[in-house]
Structures are given as structure tokens and as C-alpha cells.
Design a protein around this ligand. Sequence first.
Ligand SMILES: [Zn+2]
Length: 290
Amino acid sequence: MFKFKGELYEGAHVPLMSKQLFDKCQEVMEERSSPTRKKKYTFPFRGYMKCGECGASITAEKQKDKYIYYHCTKRKGKCSQKFIEQKELANQILFSLSKIWINDATKDKIFDYYNDLLNKEENKLEKQRTQKKEELEKIKTMMSKLLDNFLYGIITEEEYKEKKQEFIERKVELEQKLEKIERGQCGWFELSKDVINTCNSISKAYEEKNNEELSKILQKTGSNFVLKNRQLTFSHRIPFDFISLNNCISNDYFKKESPFWGRCVGSFDNLFSENSKICLDWLWGWDSNF
Ligand SMILES: [Zn+2]
């Protein structure tokens, strides 16, 4: 498929990229070639915080082309809350996210541990898979024998139909089980990996001073964002709440005036202590629509 003068043509060649990727490329190219498009300023932390006094939304504005302030829209009536500068808000967010931060070394150790679990599970699954496949073969053989018996007049048509139905049901059941084995294989690993990677990416967002990324991580890992008296509060989502409880971070490390990164532990105290292990195992087996 290719685009020529704005019209879409189906080429004779085998498509080298998916339609989705093609559309994405077109989008990017159009964006780049459009000189009229003005870069509109977006406020990274706007849109999901509520005022703790009146419950109205928190909005943002830029002043003197330099400072960004967040404040209550006051659309629900009288409210005495004052603004907060974006820099201060970002600091508070970093401070809170630090509780679920996982450093590189810890991330590697967790992944090693998960790879071991994955291998063990893979061995177990392989056994189940072989067993189910053998059962399936047996049923197929029995079904063909059944047909022979019917054709040679050893059994009646009624007997044949009844038995055949039984075999078909058993066959479908086995096929579904096999499918489940294939599907469930690395679901947990991918899920856990995503959680750990998200926690690990906090330091990168900080180092790059990337407030958009920080905001994404915040919304992915937290909920119920309330701003009151220039203080942001929220709760960690599952399973990040679990991580924050088990992550080894001494609160002494965090002083508002000093970035916490230099001295932050960002690891499970003793990664394979009973408590950390329970946390990691739980995360591994954790099932959700996250
Ligand atoms: Zn308010």
C-alpha cells in the first residue's frame, strides 16, 4: 500500500510494514512537513488533580513566559486555596514516586529471579503440554477405531453417535486446556516486567527533567490526586502500593531541599529476605487488567 498525491493505492508488492505502522509514519511525516503547526504549550500535571478544599479541578497557567502555576479553578464556589509552582509540584511528585523507585541493580536481580521462575514454570508446562498432547492422540485413535467398529457393524449407529459425542467433548476440552497452557506461559512475566520497568524509569525521567514522563508514571502508578495547602497527596495503585511498602527506603534520605537520588537506596533491603520474596512472588503471580 502506498500513498500518491493523497490517494491510497494497493501495491503489487508484498507489504513490508503493517498498516498500523504505515499510518503512524504518515502521521509523523505530515506533522513534520506542516510549517503552520504551532507548538502549543501543554501543562504536564494538569487534568487529573482535584482541589482538597472545594473539589474543583486543578488547572495551570504560564506567567511572564517563565513560571508555571497550578491552582484551583474555583468553579465550585468559594475557595481559599493558593497556587503552587510547577517546580515545587514536580519535587513533591518525585518525592512520592521515590517510594516505588527501583534502581538498576535491583531491577537486574529481580529479572534474574523471574527468569529462574519462568524456567521452572516452563519445565512444568512442558510436562503438562506433552501429557495433554498424548491424551489428544489417544482420543483421535479411539475415534477412528470407533468408526471402524461402526462400519464393520460391530456397534449400532446409536452407540456410535453416543460414543462419538463423548470423544468430541473430551477432545475440545483437551484442546482448550492446551491453548490455555500456551497462553498463560509468559503473561505473568510480561506483567511483572512492566511493573518493575515502570518503577525503574522514575530515575530516568528525573535525570532528563522530563515532566511529561513523570506525569505519565504518576498516573500509571497512583490515583486520587488531591492538592491542598500546596501539598499533593495520592495513593499508589495496586501493585505499586505493595512495592512502596516493601521497598527499602529510609525516609531520612529525603530532605525537600536536596534531591533524594544521590543517596536513595531504591532497592528491596535484602532482596531475598522473607518479606521481599513474598512481595516478588506475589507480584509474579499477580493477576490484573493493569
Ligand atoms: Zn478549590
